[in-house]
Design a protein around this ligand. Sequence first.
Ligand SMILES: [Zn+2]
Ligand SMILES: [Zn+2]
Length: 169
Amino acid sequence: MLHLNLAAVDRGEVSLREQVPPDHPMWNDTGVELTEPLEVDLTANSVGEGVLVRGTLRTKVRMSCRRCLEPVDSEVDEHVDLLFAPPMADGEDVDDGEVYPLPARGDDLDLTGAVREQVLLQAPQFTLCREDCRGLCPTCGRDLNQGSCECVPDAAPGPWDALKNVKFD
Ligand SMILES: [Zn+2]
Ligand SMILES: [Zn+2]
């Protein structure tokens, strides 16, 4: 899965259409839960010394609402351009973050790491179940979207608080 034969790419364009299941080990320890298979639709072409892989990655990821912790599904639908290039000589720097190393030998190019990284980059850093989610009460933990609780919010200090302690004789 997610492997390209470089000898075939040398001969011409290669397309890669695969579905990566949500329980594939490549998602282990990523902190991201997929609710649908990842639809991979990529084409690979030789460019100079390297290989350009472009196309789309589509799936749905499930995350927790940042405020109330309810699960929220978000869609990932990303166009990617990934350049696999021979390792740079020392001192040369690549500005573009989307450049990945080509294996030094052999005809097998494993796209797993690059694809995983792209999906993780596109997954939202945090989500809200809705824009005006009221979140959880910091005192009793109740989900305030389902109603108010009895807790009295700490009064924010106001400009007149100091006067409360002043005694007028
Ligand atoms: Zn929420
Ligand atoms: Zn409360």
